[in-house]
Design a protein around this ligand. Structure first.
Ligand code: ADP
Ligand code: MG
Length: 682
């Protein structure tokens, strides 16, 4: 934007210095800032039938007061006013917080109109507005803005109105005309008008659609331009691995690689050989064979004269990886070492020295790998497993231990491809989308808790045949204690049930490392047949003889986590089963159980999970690292994101930005964000 829209808000008639100061506290400095301060929701004053209102939606209803209001004061100045209201054929509850004075207006049998948020489960409206008397259509659809300090919602409405009336003629189009035409988007001026002064939900929808696309397009243009710049200018080094040796290593594997494995190995090797610095995400469902791919990559780097590192989230997992990598690599003369917190004293010192002198080829461990004392001699290739568990900072530290090592992030969380690319910025993405041949699909059933006896009977049938079973107890995030108690209770129930016939083990986060290891070992050697556990077994452990996975209170888990847990079975040649014990209360909860029973495909599940939960839940709130937008939502507006991504790719590819005036705004934007010069300014 330019011209008057870049001028301070004080050029608007009706906004003085004092108001400008208050607006500045909300980071609104210019006319343009004000125009782009979008409502975060709209108050819809249309009367609605409660049957059509969704949970958490805002609603206006008219009803008759059905009970004496009750008013409770708490925490000094706080109050809660509750009353029953007959709305058509529904008897609901209305709650007002901190508006005690409303009590006088609530006489039995009087008609009132209430606006507020509908809680479907509690059949309650939390009201924030109320009028005595019948609904009257004075206002219909009103934007609600985030405000701060001295600025009120009414105030900001007024200022935006002034800005729009006086300067709307200066609003310019920022997107190429061809795009506007192709998707029948509103032009920028109309979209801004309808965003602030809509007459209906449809108006808002159209305005939103335009801004969603605009935000995504600019975002995509920026990251793709930066990535292109990185590619053309990155300071990696070429690793001259020994292809003959790598091929011999692959031939010596006890199985042929799947086509998908071959493909991603080629992608990884190509990155290694090139002088780009590899920055690649490897996605593959649980059991798709990522470990072998990692081993091949690590071997390649060793044949090129470099060291490799593998970092995983838990010590148990580090041990398992160390064991399987050692089995694969040591016959080829590769020295793998495991570094965990339990490697102490002299042994640790010696190991670190050997690492620094280059005698250790591959180091495997947890976060311990990124401590300062750990120094490599020539780190060429870094792999992190389940990378979403590591923060950006930790990844950076590890990367900087080598001069400029290639980096591969492995994850079994099947993030939809577009989201992966956007979420993790400038990474390339490889996908293993094929399971090794001969795997049987895990049969998944959803059962209510009342059916526990039948489930135990079913487990016993498998145990009789010499198989083993996992029983997972829910993770209650707020309380580690509850988790443990839960697992202990289930453990004693099952111990009682299986008596002396089968041995039931217990594993939870409160056990020491050695205790956990002992339990895990006992389970993998079949000294324990049933393992009751909290989610500590979630990632990685490999016990092919286990064929039953029972998950208590399965509705507490997200789909991706359920899928991870399910992946603990089905690792051998026998048919495996997953039983979800759940009595979900919500429709979404039921839907999740049905989807789990329906599909074994992690990618399908991840998309469903995103639909049902949102990316924060899926990735774990803090770790999602997804960029934030003003209007757009990466999950909700996923299709638009995809479209914007491919449009941006075409524009970058054709380097259209210099050609015509149509791309002027995008060009200026790219210059500002440094994507044309490679300097990141933000
Ligand atoms: P992930 O880490 O992707 O969950 P793993 O690498 O642990 O999967 O592999 C799961 C199992 O499948 C391991 O026992 C591994 O040896 C085996 N495996 C891997 N690749 C193949 C293949 N191409 N054919 C047959 N079995 C394979
Ligand atoms: Mg694995």
């Amino acid at each position: 934007m330019n011209g008057s829209l870049n001028q301070p808000v004080t050029i608007i008639k009706g906004i003085g210095a004092e108001t400008a100061e208050a607006l500045a506290e909300m980071s609104l400095f210019t006319v343009g800032d004000l125009l782009e301060h979008f409502p975060y929701r709209f108050e819809d004053y249309w009367l609605k039938d409660l049957a059509e209102v969704k949970h958490d939606e805002r609603v206006t209803v008219e009803g008759k007061v059905h009970s004496e209001p009750s008013l409770i004061y708490y925490a000094r100045k706080k109050s809660r006013l509750t009353v029953r209201l007959l709305v058509g054929r529904y008897l609901i509850q209305v709650v007002f917080f901190n508006q005690p004075y409303l009590k006088n207006k609530l006489a039995i049998n009087e008609t009132i109109t209430v606006t507020g948020k509908w809680d479907q489960h509690r059949q309650t409206i939390t009201g924030n507005e109320m009028q005595s008397g019948e609904y009257s259509k004075t206002k219909e659809f009103e934007p609600v803005y985030a405000v701060r300090g001295k600025i009120t919602v009414k105030g900001i409405r007024k200022y935006i109105n002034l800005a729009f009336t006086q300067y709307s003629h200066e609003i310019e189009e920022t997107m190429p005309a061809s795009i506007i035409k192709k998707y029948k988007l509103l032009n920028r001026r109309d979209a801004l008008r309808l965003m602030h002064f809509p007459m209906s939900g449809e108006d808002v929808k159209q305005a939103r659609r335009r801004f969603v696309y605009e935000e995504f397009l600019f975002f995509q243009i920026r990251i793709q331009a930066l990535r292109k710049f990185e590619r053309e200018n990155s300071a990696g080094f070429s690793q001259k691995y020994n292809l003959k040796k790598v091929k011999a290593f692959i031939l010596a594997l006890p199985f042929p690689l799947t086509d998908a494995q071959k493909r991603v190995i080629n992608e990884i090797l190509a990155d290694m050989k090139s002088s780009y610095r590899m920055n690649r995400l490897l996605q593959g469902d649980v059991g798709s064979g990522k470990t072998v791919v990692a081993a091949i990559g690590l071997y390649a780097t060793v044949t090129a004269g470099f060291q490799g590192a593998l970092m995983v989230p838990t010590e148990i997992l580090a041990e398992q990886h160390a064991e399987s990598l050692n089995a694969l690599l040591s016959p080829f003369g590769v020295r793998c070492e495991l570094l965990t917190s339990s490697v102490k004293g002299k042994r640790r010192k010696a190991m670190l020295e050997d690492l620094q002198s280059g005698e250790v080829d591959v180091l495997i461990g947890t976060h311990a790998l990124i401590q300062e004392e750990v120094q490599f001699s020539k780190l060429g290739f870094v792999i992190t497993d389940e990378q979403h568990r590591f923060g950006v900072e930790q990844r950076r530290i590890l990367r900087e231990k080598g001069q400029s090592p290639d980096v591969l992030f492995m994850t079994a969380t099947p993030i939809p491809r577009t989201l992966a690319i956007t979420a993790f910025g400038e990474m390339d993405v490889s996908v293993i989308d094929e399971m090794p041949a001969g795997r049987k699909e895990i049969e998944t059933y959803w059962a209510k808790h009342e059916m526990l006896d039948r489930i135990l009977g079913f487990m016993e049938k498998e145990l009789v045949q010499g198989r083993q079973a996992y029983v997972i107890c829910p993770l209650i995030e707020e309380s580690d204690k509850l988790d443990v108690q839960n697992a202990i209770d289930v453990h004693s129930t099952l111990t009682h049930y299986f008596q002396n016939r089968y041995k039931v083990g217990l594993m939870h986060g409160r056990l020491s490392f050695d205790e956990k290891e002992a339990v895990m070992k006992a389970f993998s050697t079949n000294e324990i047949q049933v393992l009751v556990s909290t989610t500590v077994v979630e990632v990685g452990v490999n016990v092919p003889n286990a064929t039953v996975m029972v998950i208590y209170d399965a509705e507490r888990f997200g789909l991706s986590q359920l899928h991870q847990l399910r992946g603990r079975v089905g690792r051998g040649s026998e048919q495996s089963y997953c039983i979800l014990l759940a009595n979900p209360k919500t429709e979404i909860g039921k839907e999740r159980m049905r989807i789990m029973a329906e599909t074994n495909d992690g990618f399908v599940l991840s998309e469903k999970d995103l639909e049902l939960r949102g990316p924060g839940d899926f990735f774990g709130k803090k770790q999602s690292g997804l960029p934030e937008f003003k209007v757009a939502d990466m999950v909700h507006d996923y299709r638009a994101l995809e479209t914007a991504r491919s449009d941006a790719a075409v524009m970058i590819q054709a380097d259209v930005f210099w050609n015509s005036d149509e791309y002027r705004f995008l060009r200026e934007f790219l210059e500002r964000s440094g994507a044309l010069s490679g300097e990141k300014l933000d």
